[in-house]
Design a protein around this ligand. Sequence first.
Ligand SMILES: Nc1ncnc2c1ncn2[C@@H]1O[C@H](COP(=O)(O)OP(=O)(O)O)[C@@H](O)[C@H]1O
Ligand SMILES: [Mg+2]
Length: 262
Amino acid sequence: MAQEPEAAATPVERDENDFIISVEDVWKTYRMGDEEVHALRGVTLKVIRGEYLSIMGPSGSGKTTMFNMVGALDTPSKGKVLVNGANMSELSQAQIAYLRCHSVGYIFQSFNLIPVMTALENVSLPMVFSGMPRKEYEEKAAAKLALVGLGERLHHKPLELSGGQMQRVAIARAMANDPELILADEPTGNLDLKTGQEIIELMLKMQAESGVTIVTNTHDHKMLGVSDRVVDLRDGTVEKIRRRDEINIKEGHIEGFDPTAE
Ligand SMILES: Nc1ncnc2c1ncn2[C@@H]1O[C@H](COP(=O)(O)OP(=O)(O)O)[C@@H](O)[C@H]1O
Ligand SMILES: [Mg+2]
């Protein structure tokens, strides 16, 4: 990848409008009987609008807890999360519900599709919740499914699809209301290497076409090369944040992955 030395050396000046999410000294403590588990210990992180950010870290490092904070699915024990400059803890229940429905698309490791519904119905659901007329949401759901390569699978139910196809349905569903932010918690965790690669490529395509911001939790090294920035989370704290040009990957090479190994 060609790289301008000045670009790497000069820090970009940013103002608050550049950030879609600001996590400010966030702590999350879970109580288990008498015991306290500190899942996050003072995390500060700003997500730049339009970027592809990967949060990496071993199991138990706090990735899913971060996902829940950034996606307004849970609240911090201490500290604050700003969404487009608004403090999430000061939003009303209705504003939070609106945010979850319109501004954020969620993708989970285990797909979380509704088994009794077809692909078309699963993708329609967020649009039904947003009050869209039936004709409109059915057309839009079919178009989103075509976009993820499932134009021929509209009426299949999740169990009639492969893992990769189920994750494609979940991506189409996440994009249904044209969100500003896609949050993906280990999206390739249940997929084989090749299918995982295809899912990452699909998320990149979504980002390129719509400008959506992507934040993804992963311990999948395939995510390193495609990310604009990589956050290393350890024991609930940010160990380091690297920009793409600071990550040591050769073109076509995946860090930590040896294609010749069995
Ligand atoms: N609901 C919960 N109750 C108690 N402890 C929890 C809960 N959720 C997560 N934890 C603990 O918080 C820590 C971070 O968990 P998590 O965010 O799920 O990590 P990761 O997604 O990186 O594997 C772990 O020690 C986990 O056991
Ligand atoms: Mg997790």
